[in-house]
Design a protein around this ligand. Structure first.
Ligand SMILES: C[S@@+](CC[C@H](N)C(=O)[O-])C[C@H]1O[C@@H](n2cnc3c(N)ncnc32)[C@H](O)[C@@H]1O
Length: 267
């Protein structure tokens, strides 16, 4: 799936992002650097690429003099002095193959916290926050009556043990699923709960809005912000942001398998 995503992405990257060979480009989510590499290969030595990657265990550096990588959240862009406006901005929301296989693989009985700088602790949430807060977090992706039941069970469980692993939450979901005889496949509940924890931990809504705001103020006229995402939660944030921005229009919208790509152009 990831391989398909890369083929799909590269094709549009060159068509919609790299338009000015001498321009400054921004890759907000460097990951394994696959797309950054494509950008740098297609710009001149006068052009440059600035990238951000929050996960210090996740990247391999590109050895180019016109490439600058910051191991920090993309919202740090706010603190960087830019020589001029940007010719193209890429935001690829999500996780890399390595991250999905390793630190975010809750199926592997994994630890609930991911050690990424600036992320909030899910362990702290589940062991110390109140019922209302836990219910609210899970309710972001799961139906209210399910999130209520899961939150209630978490409060009971934490009186008996310290919650650190997703397997403990899986036990709760399994129990609930059996009780309510929920028609939906239980893996969907797992997935929704995982996504709600990731979302809480990443504080994604705030960060995405922040980077969209920053990006829209530094992109050159007639240049593009390319956003790549794969769930409806992100889609809503992006859509509602650009709805209010009359200085942008949606140039291209593509769906391929589970991936979405939107390209917004500054007028
Ligand atoms: C889908 S991957 C990007 C893959 C990348 N386009 C490539 O070519 O390899 C998303 C990356 O964004 C990083 N990330 C997530 N939130 C971030 C943030 N707030 N600031 C910087 N990087 C972030 C993740 O750690 C992950 O490596």
């Amino acid at each position: 799936m990831i391989k398909k995503k890369n083929i799909f992405f590269t094709k549009y990257l060159l068509k919609y992002l790299v338009k000015n060979l001498n321009g400054i480009y921004l890759d907000c989510t460097y990951g394994m650097g696959i797309q950054s590499k494509k950008i740098i290969e297609n710009i001149s030595k006068k052009g440059s690429l600035i990238a951000f990657e929050i996960d210090s265990e996740n990247f391999k550096l590109l050895n180019k003099i016109n490439f600058f990588l910051f191991n920090s959240c993309f919202t740090e862009l706010n603190n960087i002095k830019l020589e001029s406006k940007i010719s193209g901005i890429l935001i690829d929301i999500g996780y890399t193959v390595n991250q999905l296989k390793d630190k975010f693989n809750f199926r592997k009985n994994n630890f609930l916290d991911n050690n990424i700088k600036g992320n909030k602790s899910v362990i702290n949430l589940l062991n110390f926050k109140n019922y209302k807060k836990i219910k609210k977090v899970i309710g972001y992706f799961e139906k209210e009556f399910i999130s209520k039941k899961i939150a209630k069970e978490i409060i009971i469980l934490r009186k008996l043990l310290f919650i650190t692993n997703f397997s403990q939450i899986k036990g709760i979901i399994y129990k609930i699923k059996k009780k309510i005889f929920y028609k939906k496949n239980k893996t969907n509940i797992y997935r929704n709960v995982i996504n709600s924890f990731r979302n809480y931990s990443d504080n994604n809504k705030k960060k995405i809005l922040n980077i969209l705001n920053l990006s829209s103020s530094i992109i050159l006229k007639n240049c593009n912000i390319m956003i790549y995402y794969f769930n409806s939660f992100e889609s809503k944030i992006i859509k509602s942001f650009f709805k209010k921005r009359f200085d942008f229009f949606l140039l291209k919208k593509i769906k391929s398998n589970n991936f979405f790509l939107k390209v917004y152009q500054k007028k």
